[in-house]
Every structure is written in C-alpha cells, then in structure tokens.
Write a protein that binds this ligand. Structure first.
Ligand code: 9MR
Length: 435
C-alpha cells in the first residue's frame, strides 16, 4: 500500500512569534503561569521560561508541602522554582500563606488555643516569607477567605482567631519582607457580586486601618463562554481603592471533547480577560493556572471538563494562546487553525490494467462539514468508478466531493471513499488537496 498524507494547516508551535512575556512587558504587564517544579525541564521548561514573566508554584509553597511534619521543612520544590525563575529573569508569585486547604495534618488535627494558633501562623508566615525575602515579588498572603454570600468562611483561622487573622497575617508578612507585595486572593470574585463586594469592603477597611495590603488576586477559574460582564468594572473598582489587581489563576474550562468551535470561544474568553487587565493601569499581572492541558487541575476536579489552558497536552499553542497574544497587542499574529484535516491517498490493490484506490480524510483539532479532494494524475490514470464520493475527471485533473451522507468529518474522526481506475506504464501516487 502506498500512502501520502497532506497536512492542510500548520499546527506546530510558532517559534517566531513574540513571546507573551515580551508582549506583556510592552503593555506594562506581567504574564505568568503556575508551574510544577518537577516538570521544569524539556519542552515544559522551555515554554515556561520563554513565554512567561512570572511563575507561581502551584502547590510547592503551601503549608502542607513546606512543613509536612511540625518543625520539619521541605523547601525543595519551592527552591527549585525560585531558582528557575531567577535564571529566567522571572518574578515569583508566592502562593499561599494562609488557607483552609492543603494544610499539614499535624496542624489541622491539633487542638490549639487561639494564642497557640496565632503563634503557629505568625511563625509559619515569618519563616516562609523570610526564606524568600527579595525573591518573591508578591504573596497571596490570604487565600479564599470568603463564602459565596460574602460572609467569612469558617476555617481553622477564622474560627480560632476571628476576622482579625487577615490583618495579622498581612502585618506579619510585611514585617518579614517589607518589599513584597501582599495580596488577598479568592475565586468567584471576578465580576461584581456579593463575594467580590465583601472583598472590596475588606480591602477598603484594611487600607483605612493602615494594614499593609497591596493587591487583590482574582483567581479566574472560568467556564467557556461565561466571562463575567462586569470583570473590567470590578478590576477598576479595586484599582480605585489604591491597590494592585492580579488575575492569579486564569483557566477556562470546557466540556470535553474540545472542538474548533469551543477552542475559538475559549480564545475569545482568554482575550477578553487579558484585555480587561490591559485596560486598567493597576492590573499588573495575569497568571494562567498551568499553561498546558497536561498540567491542569481541571479534569480531575470537574470530570468531563478540561482543555482549560492555552497550550494543548503536546505543548502546541491553542487559539487561546493567540487570544492572549492579541489582547497584549500582538495584533499581527494570525491565529492558525486549531488543528488539521489530512487526506491520505492509497492504492489498495493493483492489477495489470487497473487498480483500486482509497482516500481517507481525517481531522484532529479541526472538523469539516463538507469536503472536496482534488489531485492530478501524472501518468494517464483514469477514474472509472467511485463510491462514497462523486468523482469527476477532466484530463489529468480529478475532483471528488462528498456524498450526501459523509460530508461531515468530526474532530477526531475520519471518512473514506474509494474508486477504481485504469493505468498503464506507471501509477505514481498523486498529492491530494482538500478544499
Ligand atoms: O493546582 C492545585 C492542585 O494541584 C491541587 O490539587 C489543588 C488542591 O486544592 O489546588 C490547586 O490550586 C488551587 C489554588 O491553590 C487555589 N485556588 C484554586 C486552585 C485549584 O484548585
């Protein structure tokens, strides 16, 4: 069997495009990604280093990671990420000092007086912030303090220390590194709603009390086609309080499987989020929560959902990557098609005067609703009969269009058609063009 595949589009990485970090810098912004330390080699490391100006350890700086047993510290992954960032002239966003989740069991299972709890928290914050003094540009000091209705979440910290734990944590962090920018970070606070208004009121009151608060982090774990309409307005109202704003954990999840329509919507969604940040001077950083679909929390947390990041699992940039680039002013970048459909021509049997041929049209990351496959015979071959397509031949030019029932080629699917033809002298394989 002889085969020839023709790629219609070029889905490969576009190395010549201006890196996102440079586009962002030209806008006075920083584009970042969450990373997993053990993966920072090979292509993952290359992309993380080249495209992003800021790294957030996805898990490496959480209390449960850094102090799994009381007084026994494990800084290995955090140190590695910080060293990588320094080598690549990147900022680090420290994540996170005070949270209700991913705490060590010795802490959560302990029974502490509020004085003990306060001492533990102060010690944790001082130890970690001091270790990375001058190396972490911004800390998510407090993570996810609110319920959806804007009341304080019941946590180890709130329950044991009252709402004042937030001001205390910020004050302790500031004492350990006065130059680090200190943030409160939460999810579902991207648009104007009860939760973001509670965060707004908290920041306003902390500012009024002189508590060191420099920024708010809007996580932005978003759903395809559901970017809050009030995002930019919300970013602006925080900026107007006199704090910086960062989009700290951006991803846009979709019901799987992805297809070209969803990927185009995702590109628009990423673009609109980044554009909202670009539009507000005090929005300083947009960080994606993992840059590749191979390193995302989404599929395991939301079964049936995924494809939430700007690169696919093989590190090829998706339309979302180009959506980000466009919002950062990379206007000359033309997003490539989301994938490719390929036509493979093969001779399945051949005898002294004739042969049977087949063309398979397969799509990956793209789809077709109708198709036409064309080629030119170079040695006088003539189609005599075709099935699953209507083929016409004029001179050497052959053109086959889909039958009424097989025009649609889904993303990840294929269709085939066959034909008989005559030949003499030679039967070279032609190049098939899809149109
Ligand atoms: O990406 C993190 C994932 O690897 C962890 O399993 C998960 C545990 O909750 O935490 C993820 O990161 C979270 C971040 O720290 C805070 N906001 C929500 C993120 C997604 O869960």
């Amino acid at each position: 069997m002889t085969g020839l595949a023709l790629l219609l589009t070029a889905p490969a990485a576009h190395a010549a495009d201006t890196p996102l970090r440079d586009l962002a810098a030209a806008e006075g912004k920083v584009i970042g990604t969450a990373v997993t330390g053990s993966k920072l080699t090979g292509t993952y490391g290359d992309v993380a280093g080249a495209q992003f100006g800021s790294l957030t350890p996805g898990n490496a700086m959480k209390w449960g990671t850094v102090e799994p047993a009381q007084g026994s510290f494990n800084w290995a992954e955090a140190d590695q990420i910080v060293a990588f960032a320094q080598a690549h002239h990147q900022q680090v966003r420290g994540h996170t000092l005070v949270w209700h989740s991913q705490n060590p069991s010795w802490l959560t299972n302990g029974s502490w007086t509020s004085a003990q709890l306060s001492g533990l928290l102060q010690n944790h914050i001082s130890t970690e912030v001091t270790r990375y003094k001058g190396k972490v540009a911004a800390w998510d000091v407090v993570n996810e303090p609110f319920n959806e209705d804007g009341t304080h979440r019941s946590t180890l910290w709130y329950d044991g220390l009252g709402s004042g734990y937030i001001a205390s944590a910020l004050t302790w962090a500031h004492a350990a590194d006065p130059d680090a920018k200190l943030y409160i970070n939460d999810y579902n606070v991207e648009g104007v709603n009860a939760k973001s208004t509670a965060l707004y009121n908290l920041v306003k009151s902390l500012k009024a009390q002189g508590v060191p608060i420099d920024g708010v982090g809007l996580q932005a774990h978003l759903i395809l086609g559901q970017i809050p309409a009030t995002l930019q307005q919300n970013v602006q109202r925080f900026a107007d309080l006199g704090v910086d704003v960062a989009i700290t954990e951006l991803d846009v999840r979709m019901a799987l499987p992805s297809d070209s329509t969803k990927l185009a919507q995702q590109a628009a969604d990423y673009k609109s989020v980044v554009a909202a940040c670009v539009a507000v001077t005090r929005c300083v950083n947009v960080t994606v929560w993992g840059f590749t679909d191979s390193d995302s929390w989404v599929p395991s947390t939301f079964p049936g959902y995924g494809a939430a990041t700007p690169y696919d699992e093989n590190y090829a940039p998706k339309p979302a990557y180009y959506g980000i680039a466009e919002a950062l002013g990379g206007g000359t970048t033309t997003p490539p098609p989301t994938g490719a459909c390929a036509a493979t021509y093969s001779v399945t049997s051949q005898w002294n005067t004739g042969f049977t041929g087949q063309v398979r049209i397969s799509c990956s990351g793209a789809s077709l609703s109708s198709w036409k496959a064309s080629w030119t015979y170079g040695a006088g071959q003539r189609i005599t009969q075709a099935w699953n397509a209507t083929c016409t031949q004029s001179g050497a030019a052959v053109s086959c269009v889909n039958a009424s029932y097989n025009g649609s080629v889904p993303d990840g699917g294929s269709v085939t058609f066959g034909f008989n033809a005559s030949w003499s002298g030679g039967n070279p394989v032609p190049t098939v063009t899809l149109g």
